[in-house]
Design a protein around this ligand. Sequence first.
Ligand SMILES: [Zn+2]
Length: 274
Amino acid sequence: MKCIFCKDDATASKSVEHIVPESMGNKNNILPKGVVCDTCNNYFSLKIEKKVLEMKYFQNLRFRNGIESKKNRIPRGIALIPKTRYEAEVIISENKPFEVILDAASFELIQKGEIKHLILPFDIEYPKNDKVFSRFLAKIGVEMIALRILMQNRNDQNLLATEPDLDPVRNYARFNSKNENWVYSSRKIYEEDENFFLENGKSVDMVFECDFLATQEGELYFVIAIKGIEFALNMAGSSIEGYENWLRENDHISPLYSKGRHFGYKLTPNFLKK
Ligand SMILES: [Zn+2]
């Protein structure tokens, strides 16, 4: 079977692929071995996912919401020390009070009683117009298409790998040899502590949710909300005009919450507008 990114033979690959990183709360959306080759898997994990997870925004988001890494660790948070504006690291570990790593000057001011509180910043901005994050979205989008195809019929994987309409987005995610920076849409659609309930009334912590929007103009957008921030990427290139038009026509509702939005499981050859 061909790797859905580099098209090399991925039959002997050893790793499964987490579509959204485990450290972003993904336990279930996984591609089996043989879909993404080990080289591409390693590339994404080091060059894309690690960089996104280390962004201050995601580090603090995961800290605030207790989203554990795959090694069950909650990342360090950032606390601002008033007066010095020094950024201290805050560590939460099991069975311990939380620890704050201070610089000598801030420690002295606290000892003297001149600093009595720390500020945990909520106002770190989510990534806008960030190339690494845009490629992160492209990678997840391609893999979500693969997951849907595999859920239907595993034999279609080579069809996905050879689908020419997907070449720009897979190359952008994996190689970006033209050094592009595809624009994506980003906005808040609900608060990060929003309550979600299952049909049985049980409340769940929604870390991320995603889907595709196929517009009437034949464009396909990958839409993902991570703790209430919705990001949308055109699966065919760097333009979100069609998405913005769709939003205007639909009272700015998120495609994640509009009816009849589903892209379906079958890849149709002409769903991307060039
Ligand atoms: Zn590959």
